[in-house]
Design a protein around this ligand. Structure first.
Ligand SMILES: Cc1ncc(COP(=O)(O)O)c(C=O)c1O
Length: 374
């Protein structure tokens, strides 16, 4: 049997009629950029997120730096984020002109460790960008307390966890802005690149709208800005898909439960953790080998069995040689949890359209490997 890592085409076939209808509506309208389909999607997204505003932008990376700029963060400011995120989080802070300060993650949730965050605050710190990694919402209550104590603004990088929530709080409820990525492999993915900023802050809404469209809210009137818009065709795809996000998360959670039950007897791996009260949306189902030196052995065993497993992320940001270290970025504190995760993580196939036999086949192969390596 072969088990792929993504189910993009299966998902398209399941909602083809709704997607095709919206695409055709856009094509027939002749409005392909900043048209009515984009406005419709932005309204739908804000209503879904429970925020006053949603602004479609070119991708999830732009969403982060546009939000930072809209909040006035840039040169001379420090922005704290975890070192175990996708490279884009740090990159976006750097693009905005601020200094990237990397800290450790919580060993269980893999999201930013609030204690490490607070220890890294200096008088130059203006912002923290917690990341809802793998589908688990970060501990925003503790993070908000820290932000209030030190007068920081907060941006949630929610590229990976749309439809999740924390223990007693909604995503985007405790921050100044939340950013989303719609690249195809995300839980809500378009057919290419896309992103959004959602917020309750009218200044952020206005500034992102200006910045994303060449500094212009009105024809012929410009300040300096950029070109980072969500195309109407992608907005049409996302509009159709947004109506299914809850059922798709429920399917991800169902497969995660099946994996965790099936793998509970394994002694050589650790299974993903879900903190009480959190709706984990399992963007990724990441196991860790207890012995990091055996991670590649598990990965290769699965690949040889026809299972497309991956690593997220095997080289953490602070170990990337291409990063502009020095005045633009620095590590604060010990990154032991980040490094352990990077060395031992294996992501198993996870998407709503998986079949039970595929999940069971993956479980069988992981168990075989575990038996040989215990
Ligand atoms: C945590 C995180 N932040 C930011 C991004 C950037 O999003 P995009 O690829 O849409 O620019 C991604 C994904 O790609 C991500 O996983």
């Amino acid at each position: 049997m072969k088990v792929g890592f993504y189910g993009h085409v299966r998902q398209y076939h399941n909602v083809k009629d709704e997607i095709d209808k919206n695409i055709s509506e856009v094509l027939e309208s002749g409005s392909y950029v900043m048209g009515p389909m984009l406005s419709k999607f932005e309204e739908k997204l804000a209503s879904y997120a429970g925020t006053k505003y949603a602004i479609g932008v070119g991708n999830g990376t732009d969403a982060i730096w546009l939000a930072l700029m809209a909040l006035g963060i840039g040169k001379g400011d420090e922005v704290i984020t975890p070192a175990n995120t996708f490279f884009a989080t740090a990159e976006a802070i750097w693009i905005a002109g601020a200094k990237v300060v990397l800290v450790d993650c919580d060993p269980k949730t893999k999201c930013i460790d609030p204690n490490a965050l607070e220890a890294a605050v200096t008088d130059k710190t203006k912002t923290a960008v917690p990341v809802h990694l793998y589908g688990h919402t970060a501990n925003m209550k503790s993070i908000k307390d820290i932000a209030d104590r030190h007068d920081l603004v907060l941006i949630e990088d929610n590229a990976q966890s749309i439809d999740g929530h924390g223990n007693g709080f909604r995503q985007a409820e405790l921050s100044d802005a939340m950013t989303i990525s719609f690249i195809i492999q995300k839980n809500l993915g378009c057919f290419g690149d896309g992103g959004a900023v959602v917020t309750n802050n009218s200044t952020v809404d206005r500034e992102v709208r200006i910045l994303r469209n060449h500094g212009s809210l009105k024809r012929d009137v410009h300040s300096f800005g950029y070109n980072s818009r969500l195309d109407d065709l992608q907005a049409g795809v996302l509009s159709a898909k947004l109506g299914h996000i809850i059922e798709w998360t429920d399917m991800r959670r169902k497969w995660a439960k099946r994996y965790s039950k099936g793998l509970s007897s394994c002694t050589s791996i650790e299974l993903p953790y879900e903190a009480p009260g959190v709706r984990h949306v399992y963007h990724l189902y990441v196991v860790e080998t207890k012995d990091a030196s055996k991670r590649d052995s598990l990965l290769n065993y699965l690949k040889d069995a026809g299972i497309d497993a991956k690593t997220h992320y095997s080289i953490p940001i602070h170990l990337q040689t291409g990063y502009p270290w020095g005045k633009d970025a620095e590590i604060r504190g010990n990154l032991a949890n980040v490094e352990k995760n990077a060395a031992s993580c294996v992501s198993l196939p996870m998407y709503p359209e998986l079949e039970a036999e595929e999940v069971d086949y993956v479980i069988e192969k992981v168990k075989e490997w575990d038996k040989d390596n215990s």
